[in-house]
Ligand binder design. Structure first.
Ligand code: SAH
Length: 243
């Protein structure tokens, strides 16, 4: 069955955008997934077709109305999980992306202005998702990020079936660095081990670099990885001493 992305936005013409190119674009043409951008404004009820109003309590900007957005969500309901893009949401992870890709598709809500009337999230089962700790001007780019991450995992999209499992984050670690020809460039060379042809040694080097780079660059990931791996040998020793 075709994996379907339904997008509720004020700018449907922004899609497929970059998702119409390269890997995702080819998958779209091949019918592996489909994209259905819908204008939230189509569910507006007044003669000005308004979708937003001034913030309760005052302050700058406008807020997307709960009644209009909820009507849009109800109007496109097709059983797929509904996710709203917001910096207040749970950070998007590769694990969440993988789970979404394994399902029938997604319904995605793009915010604009100051975002959504909070009552939307009380009245409807909507997952709030953030793509990082910075503020975009709208949810469309965030949706593009999420869909790009999902689509590359759909069966038949990536050439080598295995190339998805080895990437950064799939193991909870950053991936090892890559090199290609020429072997010497501006005085810099490819690590000898990668040219040794010794596959066991190469695998060991890659694991070590993956661990080392994660420890140095992403102490947060490293901590989680170490916690998940259970008590370290030194921790175990410490415990033994205490007994
Ligand atoms: N006033 C809001 C930001 C609104 S930005 C706040 O401070 O939380 C306008 C819209 O852009 C949001 O409704 C959301 O849909 C999108 N957006 C901005 N930053 C985002 C992020 N980091 N992740 C996901 N969506 C984001």
């Amino acid at each position: 069955m075709t994996w379907t992305a339904t997008i509720l936005t004020l700018y449907p013409e922004m899609f497929p955008g970059s998702l119409g190119q390269s890997l995702a674009g080819r998958a779209l043409t091949d019918g592996i997934w489909s994209i259905n951008p819908r204008n939230i404004r189509d569910w507006a009820t007044d003669k000005h077709r308004s979708v937003d109003d001034t913030p309760a309590g005052g302050g700058p900007g406008m807020v997307l109305r709960a009644d209009v957005v909820a009507a849009a969500v109800d109007g496109v309901a097709n059983g797929t999980p509904v996710l709203a893009m917001t910096p207040r949401g749970a950070p998007l992870t590769q694990a969440r992306v993988r789970a979404l890709a394994a399902g029938p598709g997604v319904t995605l809500l793009c915010g604009r202005f100051e975002g959504f009337d909070e009552r939307l999230f009380e009245a409807r089962a909507i997952e709030q998702v953030s793509i990082g700790d910075y503020i975009l001007s709208g949810g469309e780019v965030a949706v593009t990020v999420l869909l790009d991450a999902c689509v590359r995992l759909l069966p038949g999209v990536m050439g080598a079936a295995l190339s998805g499992v080895d990437e950064s984050f799939e193991t909870g670690l950053l991936e090892h660095p890559h090199y290609t020809r020429p072997p010497e460039w501006e005085g810099y060379s490819i690590p000898d081990v990668l040219r040794s042809g010794d596959h066991a040694k190469i695998a060991k080097w890659r694991t070590e670099r993956s661990e080392q780079d994660t420890r140095l660059r992403r102490p947060d990931l490293w901590q989680r990885h170490s916690d998940a791996a259970g008590p370290s040998p030194s921790g175990a020793r410490r415990q033994k001493k205490e007994e």
